[in-house]
Design a protein around this ligand. Structure first.
Ligand code: GTQ
Ligand code: FE2
Length: 367
């Protein structure tokens, strides 16, 4: 076996590829059309994903149907995931190259048993009973009310419960794709570790939020088990606070032409993003206004929490959203966001920008 210098260039390349080698030259060589075109560097990012928008009402209908086909016990997590059409053949349930999203349902008296994983995750509540729906994160009972954000950081135990009188539906956001690519997925079920399927409740939500008044936290008490030092201890962000912050900023006339009015959910210990891998924020787009397009190296998912907006993309592509629709924008794709209605729109977002920033890859450019 060997390619000898006497071979023609074409035969040499065929032999090279057949033996699991390659050379940068194949990126342009006509004989190598089957090789990955992405091998060739591009002047600016060309994402493996496409922009896409999923209708909440379509997803919700399917989630409801699933509830009569599958128990929570069987399903472990009864959900419908958002799948980017460009990624579906080679990535496990990916909305964007690093981000997974889905919606999950618990009917009254249902619960989803406790487990933990290295992937960071958050819940954003879409529909909830007056009271009784909650997620237990490391013993903290965190209520699920409309718009609340609940974090389940890396390796924290979590189980979901609905003791209310109507269903609860929430959005799950995860960074698991990144963990998958780099070989960092670990997972455990509580029953296999402790013999219990659910955690005991040790603290209410106030134990989380009150801890940050004095800026002090009893880390061992809140997270008795080993927790990575990078974990965000503020695992609960009620919607009322986020929404009030937006209203106050709007009243002050704050805002950026390329961002709208944005507040970021931060880790109060570092003032950095919610997770080392994944940031979350919420923005208000004033009535009859437009957030201008820009190139940014981030993969970002927008969830319409109030009102309706239209995303305008190149080639006249556009997505108009309704309540709880999920819209995915891959890196570097420019889009503007228009709110043409007479009431403000509120968009939640999930982004992998912390990855780019940490690694020195973050860039932006005006269009
Ligand atoms: O609720 O714990 O959509 O572990 C995917 C994985 C939800 C969850 C998902 C999960 C969860
Ligand atoms: Fe989970």
């Amino acid at each position: 076996m060997s390619a000898t210098p006497e071979l023609s260039r074409e035969a040499f390349i065929e032999d090279l590829i057949a033996h699991n080698f390659t050379t940068y030259f194949v990126a342009t060589h006509s004989k190598s059309a089957s090789s990955n075109p992405a091998f060739r560097f591009t002047p600016s990012p060309v994402s493996i994903a496409v922009p896409y928008s999923w209708s909440y009402s379509d997803a919700r209908e399917r989630l409801m149907s699933l509830s009569s086909l599958l128990t929570t016990e069987e399903a472990e997590r009864r959900n419908i995931n958002f799948v980017n059409p460009s990624l579906k053949d080679f990535m496990p349930a990916a909305a964007l190259p690093t981000l997974r999203g889905g919606i999950q349902l618990l009917l009254p008296d249902e619960q989803a048993y406790s487990h933990r994983h290295t992937a960071n995750a958050f819940r954003l509540v879409f529909e909830a009973p007056e009271s009784g729906a909650y997620t237990n994160v490391e013993g903290n009972r965190l209520p699920m009310s409309m718009g609340d954000l609940i974090l389940t950081p890396n390796w924290t135990w979590h189980d979901h419960h609905n003791e209310g009188d109507s269903h609860v539906i929430w959005y799950d956001g995860l960074d698991v794709l990144m963990a998958y690519w780099i070989g960092g997925v670990f997972y455990e079920e509580m029953v296999d570790v402790t013999g219990e399927k659910y955690q005991a409740i040790k603290h209410g939500a106030n134990a989380v939020t009150d801890n940050f008044g004095p800026g002090m936290i009893h880390r061992r008490k809140m997270f008795p088990d080993h927790i990575p030092a990078s974990n965000n201890p503020l695992i609960y962000y009620p919607y009322s606070k986020a929404r009030a912050a937006l209203t106050e900023l709007a009243d002050q006339g704050a805002g950026d032409p390329h961002e709208g009015i944005v507040v970021e959910y931060v880790n109060p210990v570092t003032c950095g993003p919610t997770f080392p891998t994944m940031g979350t924020s919420i923005r208000l787009i004033k009535e009859q206004s437009t957030v201008e397009a820009m190139h940014k190296t981030e993969n970002i998912i927008f969830i319409t929490m109030e009102g309706s907006v239209t995303f305008h993309l190149p080639d006249d592509q556009k997505f108009t959203t309704e309540l709880h629709d999920v819209t995915a924008m891959p890196s570097w794709v420019p889009y503007s966001i228009t709110n043409s209605s007479k009431t403000p729109a509120v968009l939640f977002s999930q982004t992998d920008r912390p990855l780019f920033e940490t690694l020195g890859f973050y860039r932006e450019q005006k269009t």
